[in-house]
Design a protein around this ligand. Structure first.
Ligand code: G3I
Length: 459
């Protein structure tokens, strides 16, 4: 094992939740340092990212929370009424599970990336469509997510409620209704409201504050507020800590959910140094507030960031450059998390095959209403896997009733089979066999679309 691999492996022994913001470790990954402080350090990832081996190596080594960038949004999940597409989101969950990361679901109700069929509905049908979208989606992911952004970006800049299909149908009440519906579907997920430009004290954050206060006083299930934190270099609000603290005092968790810090291109060393200070200040703000549960950046590296396309001329907004080399903000972040300045950054150890580096063979035995399926997974990549998760799609009408050598969730549709304690390590070239018993209603065909740790498998 290389020295870098040893650092990462040793870091894996650090367990989350060691007490709010206590303890510290040196020379570790961001996630190890964060966990030693009782918080997480996360990133957004998209389906496309899963095929990028450099990116997945960094993501698996450095982050312990994933937010799907687009894959759980309404336009992906329910592109037409009642037709659900969980494959993309499932693949992100699968990657996260295989790398010991938790997932923030993003998002259930948002005016943007909303399919036009919702905004074209007669007003009196919007509530039913919203409730059914929330129930079906949150039920699908039940038990698999740490949190849901239930309502995303509900406010205008002046603090007024954004007018959209949901307010047109239900007024402000859609927010409480969405939270109650999500809670009924997945009582264990932490339920968040998430917005941007609410990081400092001002009209928009005051509106969010009043809303949370009102929801809490009505007993509406709300667990947290997400502060997106899409900053411009040098402009982190001075009231960030005080603002996080006042929300926490309402009895909710707070989290920095989409951190990036954009720079006018080309980024010079002065701007990169300021960005390092900015990242450090954001981490310090979270650590100063005991109910701040974590910080996530939006995209793994500068090449994955939404900034250049949304703000032409700007970019360089994340911790990693276009080649996934850590920038000054990385070391500043590690130092703010309690790491030792100057400690070499652990080089990511690829544990993910990237691309199609797996092969699956399967054998089905069927009878009139049931079947058993044995699946042999071969790691055809050149690196060993430390954990694995095999995603596949069960034909309609099939439901898993029991399984062996893996845990299966959910039991129908887009299923993920996750390794058990004794078969998580899969050396290059090695195979392992898992299986399950299922009921069927006539279609006893084998599963389709096998993917191991997010990479499609050959058969
Ligand atoms: O999927 C289509 C593709 O078929 C088409 O060819 C292509 C051409 O433009 O567009 C593709 O869709 C894009 C989608 O990302 C998936 O890549 C949309 O145009 C693009 O607008 C969309 O951008 C996303 C943006 O949300 C939309 O508002 C970004 O990737 C995503 O990072 C960003 O994330 C948001 C958070 O959800 C909420 N907070 C702000 C944050 C940044 O905008």
């Amino acid at each position: 094992m290389s020295a870098a691999a040893a650092v990462v492996a040793a870091g894996a022994l650090v367990v989350a939740g060691l007490g709010a913001h206590a303890g510290a470790a040196a020379g570790s990954s961001l996630k190890d340092l964060a966990e030693a402080k009782g918080i997480y350090f996360g990133t957004a990832m998209t389906q496309t990212d899963l095929g990028n081996a450099s990116l997945t190596a960094v993501a698996g080594a450095q982050f312990d929370m994933v937010t799907p960038g687009n894959e759980m949004k309404w336009d992906t999940v329910e592109p037409s009424r009642g037709t659900y597409n969980f494959g993309p989101g499932d693949r992100i969950v699968s990657f996260a599970t295989a790398h010991g990361m938790r997932v923030r679901g993003h998002n259930l109700v948002w005016h943007s990336q909303l399919p036009s069929w919702v905004s074209s509905l007669p007003t009196n049908q919007v509530q039913a469509a919203m409730e059914s979208h929330i129930t079906t989606t949150a039920t699908h992911y039940k038990g698999q997510l740490y949190a849901w952004d239930v309502v995303n970006e509900p406010f205008n800049e002046d603090g007024s409620l954004r007018q959209d299909a949901f307010t047109a149908a239900m007024g402000t009440g859609y927010i409480a209704d969405a939270l109650r519906t999500a809670h009924a579907a997945d009582p264990a997920a932490k339920l968040y409201l998430n917005d941007y430009n609410i990081e400092g004290i001002g009209a928009k954050s005051n509106a969010m504050y009043s809303l949370v206060q009102s929801l809490k006083s009505q007993g509406v299930p709300i667990d947290g507020v997400g502060f997106e934190a899409h900053f411009i270099v040098g402009q982190v609000p001075s009231t960030l800590t005080a603002n996080l603290q006042r929300f926490a005092a309402l009895g909710v968790d707070v989290a920095v959910t989409e951190l990036d810090d954009r720079i006018q291109l080309p980024a010079n060393s002065t701007a990169l140094a300021q960005q390092a200070t900015d990242y450090s200040n954001v981490v310090k703000a979270c650590l100063a507030v005991s109910r701040c549960v974590g910080v996530s950046q939006w995209g793994v590296g500068d090449a994955d960031s939404w900034i250049p396309s949304a703000f032409p001329g700007y970019g360089a907004a994340t911790l990693y450059d276009n080649s996934y080399q850590p920038k000054p903000a990385f070391e500043a972040t590690a130092t703010a998390l309690g790491g030792t300045p100057g400690t070499p950054t652990p080089t990511p150890t690829p544990t993910d095959p990237g691309g199609a580096s797996c092969k699956v063979t399967d054998a089905v035995n069927t009878w009139n209403t049931g079947l058993t399926e044995n699946i042999t997974i071969t790691n055809t990549g050149s690196t060993a896997l430390a954990h694995w998760a095999l995603a596949f799609t069960l034909p309609g009408g099939q439901a898993i009733t029991s399984g062996w050598n893996a845990t299966y969730s959910p039991t129908s549709g887009n299923v993920t089979a996750t390794n058990v304690s004794y078969n998580g390590t899969l050396a290059a070239g090695a195979s392992t066999t898992i299986g399950f018993q299922a009921t069927h209603t006539g279609n006893a065909a084998a599963p389709a679309a096998f993917a191991l740790n997010g990479a499609a498998c050959s058969r």
